[in-house]
Design a protein around this ligand. Sequence first.
Ligand SMILES: Nc1ncnc2c1ncn2[C@@H]1O[C@H](COP(=O)(O)OP(=O)(O)OP(=O)(O)O)[C@@H](O)[C@H]1O
Ligand SMILES: [Mg+2]
Length: 251
Amino acid sequence: MNKILIESLSLQYSDGTESLRDVSLNIREHAVTVLFGPAGGGKSTLLRCLNRLNDLAEVKASSGRILIDGENILDPKIDVIALRRKVGMVFARPVPLPMSIRENVTYALELAGEKRRVKLDEAVERSLKLAAIWDEVKDRLDAPAIALSGGQQQRVCLARALALQPEIILLDEPTSGLDPISTGKVEAALQELKKDYTIILVPHSVQQAGRTADYAAFFLQGELVEYGEGKSIFTAPKQKKTEDYVTGRFG
Ligand SMILES: Nc1ncnc2c1ncn2[C@@H]1O[C@H](COP(=O)(O)OP(=O)(O)OP(=O)(O)O)[C@@H](O)[C@H]1O
Ligand SMILES: [Mg+2]
């Protein structure tokens, strides 16, 4: 089933940069879709459109529609707070809040009004388990999150996003600063999470794209060059430009 329909999306920043040009793409639920391609291709811009984080950027013009469960989320009248609950995001550098591991996970829930200790404790355990970090931190939930390793911090950030029970998770190069073992743990967590969520990942390398993608979309200078199943894009791309990139001829 398609969860997200992106229809003829174009976006131009105020400095004139045309970051997305007539992009149309459907994103399946219960799968990992990777957006990959060289720097400046528009991958982060597209991710930020999906939870309206680009509202904060200097955008000169945008057109097109993004339907999530049938609702056009680019409509100025939609509830952006509700959208961001439904579409969680994890960034490249883990940025834990200067609080304990437990509070990192409960912070947004408490802001949203949840005060019941049992509910908060449940959310902590459930989210940390989903992010594949529970076993490593369950005995020190009150320790500061910044004392963890980078890879652990990133999984706590993933747990923080999961605590709000989103349906879609956006990850922009979530393992770019991590060692191979931590990277493997984050990738393994995503493979579990995709059973229940819609996951959109900007990978930090073509290799990671190949390892994780159920579906893949190749972006070059704001245009969607090719979209398909991961296994065909990385073994038998249809477009010459995709082939040149996945075989390492440029990038
Ligand atoms: N806030 C902004 N204001 C102006 N221009 C921007 C902004 N964000 C991105 N751009 C420009 O839009 C284009 C696409 O950038 P974007 O960050 O979406 O690419 P990307 O594919 O994520 O690249 P990378 O792989 O380097 O992260 C680039 O030319 C970039 O300079
Ligand atoms: Mg980017």
